[in-house]
Design a protein. Structure first.
Length: 260
């Protein structure tokens, strides 16, 4: 278990994301983190890496640049940024807590397997750092309700850290698509089911060659009680513990009987 942290004032917080070093969500998260401690580092990809998942750059060198004190941009994936941050760029002592986000859009249901925001938190967890991913739900073309994450993030972070959690778990937080005063509480819920990628848009370029866009449409059920999807649909902040151990124990036991 990670030890509970009841006072974050002495913590070292590392912030990353998948929307890039200049994204509004990462600036918001730094603003929130600085209300918790004055020891905050920001290390993130140079540009947007949405959908990068838990990918590493293996066949080309990673370059990084110092943007300003305690701020670095990495020309790689969110996983690269966290790996370099924890093992190379953060000086003197390791981070106490890694915060990834605030993502522009939800990371609920099956999104978590594609998300670079989630991947940054998973990488932090694998490196032995307590890690949380935070995302702000919105629906295009409506404006993002950034004030909801801004108003509620610090409290959610404090309460999760005070409880502690298993060392193979990353915490996934989604703020609902509503104003900060419309939030109807915080619930700990399981990962729901919604699939990205079923809406494919095929077109042709000027030379007649086909190409395909993966569209934004998702199949999701907002009525399944106890899921992240249903929670944010009710204007509730969804907190979901994600285990980095993907082993399915019941199937493992049944297969052991087959191969015994």
């Amino acid at each position: 278990m990670f030890e509970p942290i009841t006072d974050l004032s002495e913590a070292r917080i590392l912030i990353s994301n998948d929307d890039g070093i200049n994204a509004p969500g990462i600036k918001l998260l730094e603003e929130v983190a600085l209300t918790l401690t004055d020891d905050v580092w920001v290390i993130a990809p140079e540009g947007e890496q949405s959908g990068a998942g838990h990918s590493l750059t293996l066949h080309s060198p990673l370059r990084y640049r110092k943007v300003k004190e305690r701020h670095y941009a990495v020309d790689g994936t969110p996983t690269d940024a966290v790996l370099l941050g924890v093992n190379r760029l953060v000086e003197d002592r390791r981070p106490t807590l890694l915060l990834s986000g605030v993502n522009r859009g939800a990371n609920i249901g099956d999104d978590v397997t594609y998300s670079g925001t989630i991947a940054a938190a998973i990488e932090g967890t694998l490196l032995g750092v307590q890690s949380m991913a935070l995302s702000q739900v919105f629906r295009h073309p409506d404006p993002l309700p950034w004030d909801t994450a801004r108003s509620h993030a610090a409290d959610v972070i404090r309460r999760c850290c005070a409880a502690g959690w298993a060392r193979n778990v990353a915490i996934n937080v989604n703020f609902p698509n509503c104003g900060p005063d419309e939030v109807k509480g915080v619930e700990v819920v399981r990962q729901g089911k919604r699939k990205l990628g079923d809406h494919l848009i095929e077109r042709h370029d000027p030379r007649g060659r086909p190409y395909v866009w993966i569209g934004p449409a998702r199949n999701e059920d907002t009525t399944v009680v106890g899921t992240d999807i249903e929670a944010v649909h009710r204007n509730v902040i969804a907190v979901t513990p994600l285990c980095v151990d993907l082993t399915h124990q019941p199937t493992m036991l049944s297969l052991k009987q087959v191969f015994s």
